[in-house]
Write a new protein. Sequence first.
Length: 80
Amino acid sequence: MAAAEAQEAIIEAEVKASEAGEILIVKAVEENLVSTEITDHLRVQVEVEGVAAITRGSRATTTLAVEVLQSATQTGFDIR
């Protein structure tokens, strides 16, 4: 009887260990997903900041070109 109880205790311990291992695996997968989401978010944020910088640069160049054309037109100077 003692051997049967010991065997049952071992099986129960193995089941608990297996369940604990599965829980750890699930937690690791969840952490990996969160990490991936953060990485993706940061990548998108960097791309958006890059596009914004290009847009600001283009806008500044365009504004300067318009101002030069307006000044040239007002003074009668033909730069075309």
